[in-house]
Design a protein around this ligand. Structure first.
Ligand code: 9Z3
Length: 397
């Protein structure tokens, strides 16, 4: 790429960045989060410790400023919360930038909706409450690790809710990580919305479903529009309201008009955290395009590693796509035998080493081991190389 092209594209990224951040206000908690992250980073930079920023969970897309309704996505934050634990185990200090109320490191073992917290407790005859004996060993191990991380101030939790909150927080924390140089690692596992309603087009108040208030006030500009209000009712297509009330006109529909979220991932490399190692995740649902899309992201954003995963198999396999490396599929070991409808077992030969798994061949339920236990050591190895290369480069200057 010529330097000319680089300059042009850098400045267009800059323009998009300035426009986005100046027109979509930051979360109220940003100044406190920045202060907490700054002192956390300073402490660990002084100890020459590696620091990872783990992003985790989904991002909401509010439809109203005083938000009653929002668009959301599936992410529970399992990848991020689990990865944070393995990073702590590997000696990293972790900034955990997570969607509020998504899973958290350590407490995730007891807060998942399938495992009710109260089932882990037991009442003694004297009325005291203790851990259920069946869970005591694991709970003690988890509790000790959690307390050790807290005692040594190795885990900083920063919550966000909306896509805009997330982007403000990501930019601010990434910029604070600059002094860490190559010791900083960004591990972007949050499921980030690609679309949003810009602040200038967002309704202030709850979007009304009836015209009962039309006489009281005129709504400001809103992206979520009722179609053709002015259109004479008789011209309108009517549709069934699915109950005993009369058919309703087209103007009662809610049309949501979303803008694309500007792609800031390149800015991480160009300006926010230029020396740190950047690992981003690419999520797809179609196995036929996963590797292609991961490579496209790598090329486009110039990150050091893109980890591709499919929604349906994300707990079983991921693919590492990195410049100068062969694609590296990481899989939890599992028996390729699966029960057929008749109850007999058959071996599935369809899965190939360098292709996505066929979800139909996977065993029922969760894998026996957590794939993050394989992902983090592999990321750590690449990070160690990144640090070494940076040291060699600065030594040769
Ligand atoms: C991921 O791909 C994560 O692995 C998952 C984890 C969100 C699938 P869970 O939270 O799921 O454990 O339930 N994260 C990145 C998704 C994403 O939004 N990537 C962007 C994209 O695909 C690029 S950063 O365009």
């Amino acid at each position: 790429m010529s330097s000319n092209t680089t300059n042009t594209s850098t400045s267009s990224y800059q323009v998009a960045e300035n426009a986005y951040f100046s027109s979509n206000p930051p979360p109220k908690a940003l100044p406190q989060h920045v202060a907490a992250a700054e002192s956390f980073i300073n402490q660990h930079a002084a100890a020459n410790r590696r620091v990872v920023l783990v992003t985790s969970g989904g991002t909401t897309v509010p439809l109203e400023k005083q938000t009653v309704r929002f668009i959301d996505n599936f992410s529970a934050g399992t990848r991020g919360a689990t990865s944070a634990e393995y990073f702590l185990e590997s000696g990293y200090a972790v900034i955990f930038l997570h969607r509020q109320f998504s899973l958290l490191p350590y407490s995730r073992h007891y807060s998942h909706s399938t495992d009710c917290f109260l089932d882990f407790l037991h009442e003694n005859p004297d009325g005291s409450v203790v851990a259920n004996p069946a869970h005591q060993d694991k709970m003690l191990r988890v509790l000790r690790k959690y307390n050790a991380a807290k005692r040594q101030n190795l885990l900083l939790m920063l919550p966000f809710v909306t896509i805009t909150d997330y982007l403000h927080e990501l930019r601010a924390v990434a910029q604070l990580m600059r002094p860490l140089g190559p010791n900083g690692l960004l591990y972007l596992a949050a499921a980030v919305s690609d679309f949003f309603v810009p602040a200038e087009r967002m309704a202030e108040h709850k979007i009304q479903s009836t015209d009962a208030t039309d006489m009281l006030k005129k709504q400001g500009p809103t992206t979520v529009t009722k179609e053709s209000r002015e259109q004479p009712q008789q011209d309108e297509e009517a549709f069934d309201n699915f109950d005993s009330s009369p058919a309703v006109p087209r103007s009662k529909r809610l049309i949501v008009d979303l803008d694309p979220v500007p792609k800031f991932l390149k800015n991480l490399v160009d300006g926010w955290a230029p020396e740190g190692m950047i690992v981003s995740f690419k999520l797809e649902t179609d196995p036929a395009i996963l590797v292609h899309k991961a490579k496209y992201s790598l090329e486009r954003y110039q990150h050091h590693l893109v980890i591709g995963n499919l929604l349906s198999t994300r707990k079983w396999e991921v693919v590492f796509v990195a410049p100068g490396h062969e694609d590296n599929w990481i899989r939890v070991p599992f028996s390729r035998r699966k029960k057929t409808i008749t109850g007999t077992e058959e071996t599935d030969q369809k899965n190939k080493e360098n292709e996505p798994l066929d979800p139909a061949t996977l065993p029922e339920g969760e894998p026996e081991i957590e794939i993050e236990g394989l992902i983090i050591p592999a990321v750590e190895e690449l990070h160690a190389k990144h640090i070494k290369t940076a040291a060699a480069r600065s030594g040769s200057k």
